[in-house]
Write a new protein. Structure first.
Length: 70
């Protein structure tokens, strides 16, 4: 069972992002466990400006993956 990654454009340069992988967060947020929905996190790379992004509730830069890529 896999979650389809939505198409996304790079907030930095506007290029279409390449989907790399997805995972589902569990227990990462300090909300009440019983009512917490599992949020799929989608990871993207931008081929144009070499920025990594992750999309959960918002599209955010991912400096951790960015450093690992170098
Ligand atoms: Zn970009």
């Amino acid at each position: 069972m896999s979650e389809e990654a939505p198409a996304a454009a790079c907030p930095e340069c506007g290029s279409p992002l390449t989907h790399v992988s997805s995972e589902v967060s569990s227990g990462a947020f300090r909300t009440q466990a019983a009512s917490m929905p599992q949020i799929p996190i989608h990871y993207y790379d931008c081929a144009e400006c070499k920025t990594c992004w992750k999309l959960g509730t918002r599209l955010l830069p991912d400096p951790v993956r960015q450093l690992l890529r170098d």
